[in-house]
Design a protein around this ligand. Structure first.
Ligand code: HEC
Length: 184
């Protein structure tokens, strides 16, 4: 091996090691990126649903490219059985049975179509000032992103981001009533 050849090979190895080290440092730095305060992407349908649902008429800041997903077709494709299992995420805080008592959150029997923040539970001002009813669009928007829909709500829950899961859950909630409200 000529010394020039040796130098080339040694140089190549050194360069490789430097590249690996730099990637390592960069990778390490990337591991410490602070979590986003808000999700970078709004769940599909949320912008449209909350634009429809906000009782004070303020439009949600819908992105022009956000794909609008109406709750109607989602509900038509949903299964209440699936929704029942999604509802396991709620039962730590909510009693879903008829005549249920408040837990950490209010009882939810008959919630679909009911007045928002009604009853003896000590609701936050955030929820009280929403006013109106828990119609399908309002529930869809609230359950996708509780804090986004009702900033300051006491409901410490990240939301159900999956459109299908959320629709199934709402369909199941609708069934928890003496006279379920008609589907939209
Ligand atoms: C960590 C506890 C917790 C979990 C989990 C939780 N909630 Fe809540 N929820 C609350 C609290 C507390 C409130 C009252 C919020 C307020 O006053 O701001 C509430 C309020 C609500 C309301 C408004 C009720 C009304 O009468 O206006 C609905 C609807 C609701 N929750 C549905 C759900 C559903 C559906 C789930 C499951 C996907 C869920 N919540 C999960 C604690 C929770």
């Amino acid at each position: 091996m000529s010394s020039m050849e040796f130098n080339r090979i040694a140089g190549a190895i050194l360069l490789t090691l430097i590249v690996i080290k730099v990637a390592d440092i960069a990778g390490g730095a990337m591991g410490h990126v602070a979590p986003l305060a808000k999700p970078a992407f709004a769940p599909t349908g949320l912008a449209q649903a909350s634009a429809e649902a906000k009782p004070d008429g303020t439009k949600a800041d819908a992105k022009a490219d956000a794909k609008p997903v109406a709750i109607g077709p989602l509900l038509a494709a949903a299964s209440a059985d699936k929704g029942k299992s999604v509802a396991n995420k709620c039962t730590t805080c909510h009693d879903l049975s008829k005549g249920g008592k408040a837990k950490l959150g209010p009882a939810l029997w008959g919630i679909v179509g009911a007045k928002i923040a009604d009853g003896s539970f000590r609701f936050s001002d955030a929820l009280k000032k929403l006013q109106g009813k828990w119609d399908f669009a309002a529930l869809n928007a609230f359950l996708a992103d509780p804090k986004g829909y009702a900033p300051g709500t006491k409901m410490v829950f990240a939301g159900i981001k999956n459109d299908g899961d959320r629709a199934a859950l709402i369909l199941y909630l609708r069934s928890l009533a003496d006279n379920p409200v008609p589907l939209p």
